[in-house]
Write a protein that binds this ligand. Structure first.
Ligand code: GLA
Length: 704
């Protein structure tokens, strides 16, 4: 039997490839070094499961686990031909290997099903897999589930994933990993503000820089599941896939279902696990490579109050402070004076914009900025011309309309007429205004999402793929256009949507005290250049808290920078302060958007720190923030990980900050230390008030 050993960036994956059974991962984790065939065979024999007092033969855990082998955990494939063939047996398998990509084609001769599994290890050490299931039986195959599962070696003891809600996304949650299943199912028809995002199993000492973690991400924007399973025989599996609604996929003869990509990351610490995703994304040809333009988004500045003179004033001031992309948010299309009506009527409202958007767009362009527009293409208000003309275009089932959410319903994009209408509208707007950017929103969950053209059958799968197709078609026609994935803030953050978008709006909460947590954990999946982060008004619109500009600006600094603030209310001095922050960001965005994210462990009480280290470790920027008053004073020290141990670095504040007490030496004229000392001894946290932070600039001066 063939045994493959893939290696990349400190990760080894050993895959057993029998000709009479599905491929199984025997090891996924730290690099095992070069292994010759003999060593590999010995190791594989050692890693193979042994009889575990259930059935008399060892129970394997292939990527699609099969119950017929005696596996008592979550099966990979569940489905049937009208009640028959409910327990699959893929017993004839062929393999094709190209580099570190393996394709296994497996047949269940009796059920006449073909399962094709692709598994690949990329240069970053990120493992990913997906499967195609083809029905060749004369009966239709009802597919209930197709999960892929990755065995985790050893005995991790902790689980870490994410929860969240609107305006408070990606809250980490940690719990012991015990026998049983930790199941995160999503039926929202979108990724969800409460998505698991990355489900990690880790060692008890797991931190950003330490311990070990194995993580899974299902790259899909519709219903999906992540699970972690510990069996009574001591196996640990991380699995997941699309969550299919009853009867959603019934494969006629000759038809194929494809799972989303599942991404599996291993890291010595959470940062390394995150970095594999970042490196993978950064290597894509479609990854944004131009400097991320600083955005002004009009939403929290004017909401639905679209007044041309005010918006022109806003554009002038935006350009004055250094904004590079002006984005007109919700409120510009027919009948959209508030959130109760208009979605679907994607024509510029002549009552508000008698000359179209041209006067604004022209001014924005004259000022040297790009122009972007908010759209919510998948949605429809019952109070719209579109809904009145085409009531059957609303996703629904059982002769009833789903309950409204934000007064809206979902447009059935699996309906070719609705799809063509929306595509035509989008292309017309992109062309008329030569749009540089679309903020593509999606503000409600899918409830009772049946399609009238499929007699009410569940349609989340079809809807999700129709949205993907729409995005793909638009991008193919307008390759320069950038698209932001927004879903009531950060409700659609996943690698499926990110194959066809250029950034996410991480949250509708811009309050820096909360936003910094959201950014920190969005970073478990995405690099900073893909995470939209704006400076809002001094008083947060979502929490009512007040913060000074430096804290708001320093928090947003670590992302795709922007402003969401009514600049027309600012005095000249305030505009100058803001301009200084934007200029500083422009100076350093290359580092921030190409370097390695480090989140720092063991900070003193109520201190939070993170940073970005340049790919060649010649420079870094860290932020040290005081979140609340600590119970001891002075506040202690923060380590600066990620630097080259044998390089000497100068350390100084990036922006002047007033310390409330004796400033540490590094703030008072700066100092120099080797990376080895900075990683271990760190630097003193300056005496700061709560909700203040300091940016630390670290530059290589010489090698020791
Ligand atoms: C959602 C988005 C906001 C804004 C509004 C407009 O809530 O998350 O940023 O675009 O819609 O209605």
């Amino acid at each position: 039997m063939q045994i493959l050993h893939f290696r990349a960036a400190g990760v080894s994956v050993i895959i057993e490839c029998p000709s009479d059974a599905l491929p199984a991962i025997l090891h996924w984790g730290p690099d095992l070094g070069v292994l010759d065939d003999e060593s590999l065979a010995h190791l594989a024999a050692e890693l193979r499961p042994r009889p575990d007092m259930t059935v008399d033969v060892p129970v394997r855990t292939p990527l699609v686990p099969e119950a017929r082998t005696g596996w008592m955990g979550m099966p990979g494939l569940s489905g049937h031909h009208q009640g028959q063939n409910w327990s699959p047996a893929f017993t004839s398998v062929t393999y094709r290997q190209t580099g570190q990509t393996l394709t296994a084609t497996a047949r269940d001769e009796h059920a006449r099903l073909t399962l094709t599994i692709i598994i690949e290890l990329d240069h970053s050490g990120l493992l990913r897999a997906r499967a195609d299931l083809r029905n060749q039986h004369e009966l239709p195959y009802t597919l209930d589930t197709l999960n892929l599962a990755f065995p985790v070696p050893g005995t991790p003891t902790e689980l870490l994933d994410q929860a969240g809600r609107w305006a408070k996304e990606r809250i980490p949650q940690r719990r012991p990993l015990t026998v049983g299943t930790h199941l995160r199912e999503n039926r929202r028809g979108r990724t969800g503000a409460d998505a698991a995002t990355v489900l990690l199993a880790g060692t008890s000492d797991l931190g950003f820089q330490r311990g070990e973690a194995w993580g899974l991400h299902v790259g899909f924007s519709g219903n999906h599941r992540h699970y972690a399973e510990r069996t009574s025989t001591g196996r640990t599996m991380l699995g997941g896939g699309e969550l299919l609604l009853p009867g959603e996929i019934i494969l006629p003869t000759g038809e194929t279902y494809r799972t989303p990509w599942l991404y599996a990351t291993y890291g010595r610490g959470l940062d390394q696990a995150a970095r594999r995703f970042h490196d993978h994304l950064r290597a894509r040809p479609s990854h944004p490579s131009s400097p991320r333009p600083i955005v002004l988004n009009t939403w929290e500045a004017v909401y639905f109050d679209h007044d041309l003179d005010r918006l022109l004033d806003l554009a002038d001031r935006a350009a004055r402070v250094g904004v590079e992309r002006f984005v007109l948010d919700d409120g510009w299309f027919t009948g959209r004076r508030d959130d109760r009506s208009g979605l679907g009527d994607w024509y510029v409202d002549p009552d508000v914009w008698p000359d179209g958007l041209h006067p604004l767009v022209n001014r924005v362009r004259e000022l040297g900025m790009q122009f972007g527009l908010w759209l919510e293409p998948e949605m429809i208000n019952p109070d719209s011309g579109l809904a009145r003309a085409h009531p059957g275009w609303i996703l629904q089932t059982g002769d009833r309309l789903p309950p409204p959410a934000r007064h809206q319903q979902v447009l059935d994009l699996s309906n070719p007429d609705a799809y063509s209408f929306i595509k035509e509208r989008l292309l017309a707007l992109i062309s008329e205004y030569d749009l540089d950017f679309i903020k593509w929103d999606h503000n409600r969950d899918l409830v009772d999402a049946g399609s009238t053209i499929r007699v009410g059958r569940a349609s989340v799968h079809a809807q999700t793929h129709a949205v993907y197709r729409l995005l793909d078609e638009i991008r193919a026609k307008h390759p320069r256009l950038e698209i932001e994935s927004c879903s009531g803030g950060g409700g659609r953050v996943d690698l499926g949507i990110l194959q066809r978008t250029d950034r996410v709006w991480a949250s509708d909460c811009i309050d820096p005290a909360e936003r910094r947590q959201i950014m920190r954990w969005t970073g478990q999946l995405l690099p900073l250049e893909l995470i939209g982060s704006h400076i809002g008004a001094d008083r947060s619109h979502t929490t009512g808290r007040r913060h000074d500009l430096p804290f708001r600006a320093a928090t947003a600094f670590f992302g795709h920078y922007g402003i969401e603030w009514n600049l027309t209310t600012l005095a000249d001095g305030e505009l100058d302060d803001l301009a200084a922050w934007l200029a500083l960001h422009k100076q350093h965005r290359h580092l921030l958007h190409t370097g390695a994210l480090v989140r720092i462990d063991d900070c003193p009480e109520n201190v939070q720190a993170h940073g970005v280290v340049a790919a060649d470790a010649t420079e870094a920027i860290y932020e040290i923030a005081m979140l609340d008053r600590p119970s001891t004073w002075p506040p202690g020290r923060v380590r600066l990980p990620g630097l080259d141990p044998s390089t000497v670095y100068s350390v100084r504040p990036l922006m002047p900050v007033t310390a409330h007490g004796a400033a540490p030496a590094w703030m008072d004229g700066g100092f120099a230390l080797p990376g080895s000392a900075l990683a271990v001894s760190g630097i003193a946290v300056p005496p700061l008030f709560p909700d203040e932070s300091v940016l630390v600039h670290v530059i290589a001066t010489s090698r020791t």
